[in-house]
Design a protein around this ligand. Structure first.
Ligand code: ZN
Ligand code: FE
Length: 256
């Protein structure tokens, strides 16, 4: 199957605005800033056809207004009054179609980083904003460890070859932390080498895949003995349930 072209546009320090594109049209995911998107559209001679937002944070929606001045396009996003420009608010299980690309994305609600965070899944790709990062997860600004755990498990249930397009280039720092949790995990060791090379050439480390995340990401591996043992050691108490393990390693990472 011929998959859609998905290109990164960089914004701010380490954000990625993902551009779903063909030779004529572009849809953008989480345009925190309009300027680099407009520059990309001009350079590539593309017409904007849609905006997709995963959550309300400014570094993901801040460019909506300016882009809408540039082109009147639908804005798909969560049920959240904090994003005033959304033209269609989406719930779990709803689908959006982008006829310009002959593609459909289905919506998964994945609260944890924020309470209304959603993701878009289709054509073998997942746009998951700040919930699942390559080898990490978002901070729990509005959600509980239980919510984050369920959201991550929902994403882990997608096919292994699903490509993961997250909102930030955090991979090297996440790998460094993951190696503190699971120093002997071979997937982490080889991934770190690969990511160093990519960053050395100033290339994105993304997309990752769901299969790789399941083998490497400690936040998806809270039921693995090596991860719960490391969390227990860090907490100074025996932790067995995956939610307590996730809460502990999330705290650990915050201060890492
Ligand atoms: Zn965020
Ligand atoms: Fe963000």
């Amino acid at each position: 199957m011929n998959r859609l072209d998905i290109a990164p546009v960089r914004a701010f320090q380490d954000n990625y605005i993902w551009v779903i594109r063909n030779a004529e049209y572009a849809a953008v995911v989480d345009p925190g800033d309009a300027q680099p998107v407009i520059a990309y559209l001009h350079a590539e001679k593309l017409k904007l056809c849609a905006i997709l937002n995963t959550h309300h944070h400014a570094d993901h929606v801040g460019g909506n207004d300016d882009l809408l001045r540039h082109a009147q396009v639908p804005v798909y996003g969560p049920y959240d009054e904090r994003v005033p420009t959304i033209s269609r608010q989406l719930r779990e299980g709803e689908r959006i179609s982008l006829p310009e690309f002959d593609v459909e994305y289905s919506v998964l609600e994945i609260p944890g980083h924020t309470r209304t965070h959603i993701s878009f899944h289709g054509d073998g790709a997942l746009f998951c904003g700040d919930t699942l990062f390559a080898c990490g997860c978002g901070r729990l600004f509005e959600g509980t460890p239980q919510q984050m755990h369920s959201s991550l498990q929902k994403l882990a249930a997608l096919p292994d070859d699903t490509r993961v397009y997250c909102g930030h280039e955090y991979t090297l720092a996440n790998l460094r932390f993951a190696l503190a949790v699971e120093p002997a995990n071979p997937e982490l060791i080889s991934w770190e080498q690969e990511a160093r090379e990519q960053r050395g050439r100033n290339h994105p480390t993304l997309p990752s895949t769901i299969g790789r995340e399941k083998r490497a990401n400690p936040f998806l591996r809270c039921n693995q003995p090596a991860v719960s043992a490391a969390a227990s050691k860090h907490a100074g108490a025996t932790l067995t349930d995956p939610v307590s393990v996730l809460a502990t390693i999330r705290d650990w990472k915050n201060n890492f």
